[in-house]
Design a binder for this molecule. Structure first.
Ligand code: BGC
Length: 753
């Protein structure tokens, strides 16, 4: 080890010891990282920073093949010649559990047994709602739906199941959670987010990370989470995927950064970069946000991976780099540690040249590789690259399905229920119609079995569609069915109307076909006209219409809201979603989901619930179809005794707030209790209210329960004129349910640490 390196090791150990009170294990791990790093050649280091896709090491997959087959020659080339540190993805569609284990065992065997320094690979997939690229995996509601549960524990449990099923496949790395804020409803990736509220997303993001990583990230049933897409990806001005966002620094820090900051605190060790650009700068070239803020300010010790082909795109698409070589230099110098190249070895070749010609300093390479090795050691990959037969974690176990069923029920959000038309009696005759009534794809959305998730024939036949679930619940004879329309076109409407005449109630299931990323772009948030026409035709029959929506983003339904007796939103509720919806429709489960976004009333109605005063001034208003936090129940809840432990707060004080919630109706139910805060005056304009705490209580009829929240001092701060957190004296209003309490903050220092 040369003097510089020795100095660095001492510094790192000192840093870890003093700042994060490093354990003995962490000190030993850092020593191992440094020893290994000092033994590595430049080629080995640059290889570690290279990630390729499964196709690069596989035989071409026939269109009808159900699994990938590795190409031993290509695999050896990737691992032994190019020394790649990572491989990703599923090569087209889901593989079986045993195929995954075989493939990953073959890869790790070469990496660990045959490579010079025996460094294991880190394999990653987008397990965004379960281990979605393994046949038969437990597939949960998508993130936007999970946000409607307001249930941290359920999110944690679902993520723990995902980790266990991924690890059963010997895959230790999950490219999730998506911590982008869901504040642009057109964006086709809205359903991957945890909604429009920063606090809600930060809390549920933390719960997800705790589920994936557990207490011991190296345990056989846990793995590494990957926070994405850092930062500002989700807010494209046009609503189209991978188009420019314009986000001033204050807004970035107030709205988009806190989810990532919380996740870093929660111990997340990998981050994926925003595939697009913010303020004219592609994020893959943005040193300020990647190095200064993430690695510096937030103290992130893990590694940053690029998104798909995005380093190349600095040259080919964004034109900020004059050559592919310049693109590599730009990204690595901005702070990127690993390149998802993913189809070739150009990154490896170019980076090697750049270091040899001293255009990229070795210190930057060492920093990147140190971070990658740190994560590999943390994951226990050196000791146990493939969990052995005796340690294979549980896969698709009955307990996993039970958690999934609970999740699917808790996401369902009752938006409208005129004259308590729901729950329906089980002895009535229903007509089921609409394009989402008899498909599994519509319950799951993209990232399911295939990337787009839209290949119905690949879905497990034993799972139920809504039609099947309703038939199972009330008996085949009670159920009439006619699709009425496809997603875009009316079908046989006369026959549907004739059947409606024979039914007591019409269940119209509308929504979106499966999609993800750019192929899911739309230019009009309205639900397609044919679907609205179908609902209107059913409403004209005079029979009560229950609208069921399965959709990844809130499609505008204004023309059919008033004529519907009830509206139930299922989002993308996953494989158990249809049964859960049938349980809600027929009263076997009392819905408690709350909207994680403001449901727009018009196609341009993009105002979020935490709007600024000017957005509700003169003729401006917050006028959604259904507001953030809305969600009805079959029972009623009463809030009493809102109390605070202080009316006047000083700097650094916590505030305890309590309230009593009672189930005053006839049916057991769950209520998400939410605390909102208003900062009445501020030196920059303040949102009219912000969610600051939430919890969920289950109450039997007549039962009441106290709920206590403790707000930390940071709850009263915001990003001030200097783009730094400030807390200002003045009046704050606490709101829970229909009650409010005013408090005052006095004598605070103006700048927080
Ligand atoms: C997406 C990422 C994903 C990656 C790997 C990209 O197109 O933006 O979210 O993790 O592909 O599949």
């Amino acid at each position: 080890m040369n003097v510089l390196k020795t100095g660095f090791v001492i510094f790192t150990l000192f840093f870890l010891y003093s700042v994060s009170e490093a354990s003995d294990g962490e000190i030993v791990r850092e020593q191992k990282v440094e020893q290994l790093l000092s033994a590595m050649t430049l080629e080995e280091k640059v290889g570690q920073m290279t990630q390729v896709t499964l196709e690069v090491v596989s035989k071409p997959r026939a269109a009808d093949a159900l699994y990938n087959e590795l190409d031993p020659g290509k695999l050896r080339e990737a691992i032994l010649k190019y020394r790649v540190g990572s491989i990703l993805n599923c090569g087209g569609a889901a593989n079986s559990l045993s195929n995954w284990r075989e493939m990953i065992t073959a890869m790790q065997d070469i990496a660990v047994k045959e490579s010079r320094l025996h460094i294991p690979l880190i394999y990653g997939i987008d397990a965004i709602h379960g281990a979605n690229y393994t046949t038969g995996a437990t597939l949960f509601p998508q993130a936007i739906a999970m946000a409607a549960t307001r249930n941290r524990e359920l999110v944690r449990q679902g993520a723990a199941v995902t980790a266990s099923e991924m690890k059963a496949c010997a895959i230790p790395w999950d490219f999730n959670p998506v911590l982008d804020m869901g504040r642009q409803p057109l964006w086709p990736r809205l359903y991957e987010t945890l909604g429009e509220d920063t606090y809600l997303a930060a809390q549920l993001g933390r719960a997800y990370i705790e589920g994936i990583q557990g207490r011991d990230i190296s345990a056989s049933e846990h793995g590494a989470a990957c926070l994405k897409h850092y930062i500002g990806y989700s807010f494209p001005l046009s609503g189209q995927d991978r188009t420019p966002a314009w986000i001033p620094e204050r807004m970035m820090r107030e709205i988009f950064l806190p989810t990532f900051a919380e996740a870093v605190k929660a111990g997340a060790m990998t981050v994926m970069v925003n595939s697009a650009e913010v303020n004219g700068i592609p994020m893959h070239s943005n040193k300020y946000w990647l190095t200064d803020v993430l690695k510096g300010e937030l103290g992130f010790q893990g590694f940053i991976v690029s998104d798909w082909e995005d380093i190349k795109r600095l040259h080919t698409r964004d034109k900020v780099a004059e050559s592919p070589r310049e693109a590599v230099k730009m990204a690595v110098m901005a702070g990127l540690d690993m390149s998802m190249v993913p189809y070739d070895y150009s990154f490896y070749d170019l980076l090697l040249e750049l270091v040899q010609s001293r255009e990229v300093p070795l210190s930057r390479i060492d920093d990147a590789v140190r971070r990658i090795l740190r994560v590999k050691y943390q994951l226990g990959l050196f000791d146990n690259p493939v969990p052995g037969a005796d340690q294979v974690p549980e896969f698709a176990a009955a307990g996993h399905t039970k958690i999934n069923q609970d999740a699917a029920r808790e996401v369902i959000t009752l938006l409208k229920n005129e004259k308590s038309v729901l729950p329906l009696r089980k002895n009535i005759k229903v007509l089921v119609t609409g394009p989402t009534a008899d498909k599994l794809t519509v319950l799951n959305g993209g990232w399911t079995i295939t990337w787009q998730g839209n290949d119905e024939k690949l879905y497990p036949p034993e799972k139920q569609t809504l039609l099947e679930a309703i038939r199972a619940k009330i008996g085949e004879k009670q159920v009439l069915y006619e699709p009425g329309s496809s997603f875009e076109q009316l079908l046989n409407i006369k026959k549907t109307e004739a059947l409606a005449a024979k039914a007591d109630v019409i269940i119209v299931a509308l929504g979106e076909d499966a999609y993800c990323e750019t192929p899911g772009n739309i230019s009009d948030l309205s639900l397609p006209a044919a679907q609205l026409e179908l609902a209107k035709a059913m409403q004209k029959t005079g029979k009560p219409v229950v609208l069921v929506l399965f959709e990844g983003r809130p499609r505008v339904i204004r023309p059919v809201v008033d004529g519907s007796a009830a509206i139930v939103l299922g989002y993308l509720p996953g494989m158990e979603g249809a049964e859960a919806m049938a349980d809600v429709l027929f009263g076997d489960y009392n819905p408690g989901g709350k909207l994680p976004f403001s449901y727009p009333r018009t196609v341009n109605g993009f105002v979020t619930y935490d709007y600024k005063p000017i957005e509700f001034f003169d003729s401006n208003k917050y006028d959604p179809e259904f507001p953030f936090g809305h969600g009805l129940s079959y029972t009623s809840f009463e809030y009493t005794d809102l109390r605070v432990d202080k009316i006047t707060l000083s700097a650094g004080d916590e505030l305890r707030v309590s309230v009593t919630v009672k189930n005053t109706g006839q049916m057991a139910g769950q209520e998400a209790v939410e605390l909102y805060l208003t900062d009445t005056f501020g030196s920059v304009t303040r949102p009219v209210r912000q969610l600051k705490e939430f919890t969920k209580v289950s109450l039997e009829p007549g039962e009441s329960r106290p709920v206590v929240f403790t707000l930390p001092p940071a709850a009263f701060s915001f990003i001030g004129r200097e783009n730094k957190p400030v807390t200002e004296d003045g009046e704050f209003i606490i709101q829970i349910g229909p009650h409010q309490q005013t408090i005052h903050l006095i004598s605070t220092a103006t700048v927080n640490k």
